[in-house]
Design a protein around this ligand. Structure first.
Ligand code: UDP
Length: 160
């Protein structure tokens, strides 16, 4: 873990997004990544990773007492996930809108969960629910040198 630079706010806000094992198995990676690219967000980290149970239990530590916790850990460790960090204005909240609701049945068509899945236990994608959890999750899943700072040459067409 590392200390976050202050200033990851505004257009530099970051969120942690993970395409879950069902999303990888079902070949949804390209289409999901494309949605974030087309929206105008900036990719600053991405890796295909087989998460350990230890990492997942830490990631979902707030849910430890839930009845679905052990099923969630085996689902999330059943295959590789695509772990990503996306950057942009209000990206935490916007990404949650793009994902839809936790339960795909409550997710509108047009959202990722609304378009690609039917059950809460196989809901294809994770996205941080607040700026604070984004910072915690990014430092849990990524080393600082795995995140890239790069100049976005068309940011003037996304921000005014
Ligand atoms: N989950 C589940 N059953 C439930 C609620 C949640 O299997 O009744 C799983 C689901 O994969 C969800 C994850 O646990 O995405 C984390 O739950 P959380 O409430 O944090 O929802 P999220 O932030 O992912 O929308």
């Amino acid at each position: 873990a590392y200390v976050f630079q202050s200033g990851w706010t505004g257009v530099n806000e970051r969120t942690f997004i993970a395409i879950k094992p069902d999303g990888v198995q079902r070949r949804l990676v390209g289409q999901i990544v494309q949605r974030f690219e087309k929206k105008g967000f900036k990719l600053v980290g991405m890796k295909l990773i087989q998460a350990t149970e230890g990492l997942l239990k830490e990631h979902y530590t707030e849910l430890r007492s839930k009845p679905f916790f052990s099923g969630l850990i085996s689902y999330m460790s059943s295959g590789p996930v695509v772990a990503m960090v996306w950057q942009g204005l209000d990206v935490v909240k916007m990404a949650r809108k793009m994902l839809g609701e936790t339960n795909p049945a409550d997710s509108l068509p047009g959202t990722i969960r609304g378009d690609y899945c039917v059950e809460v236990g196989r809901n294809v994608i994770h996205g941080s629910d607040s700026v604070e959890s984004a910072q915690r999750e990014i430092s849990l899943w990524f080393r600082e040198n795995e995140l890239q700072c790069w100049e976005d040459t068309h940011s003037h067409w996304i921000y005014n």
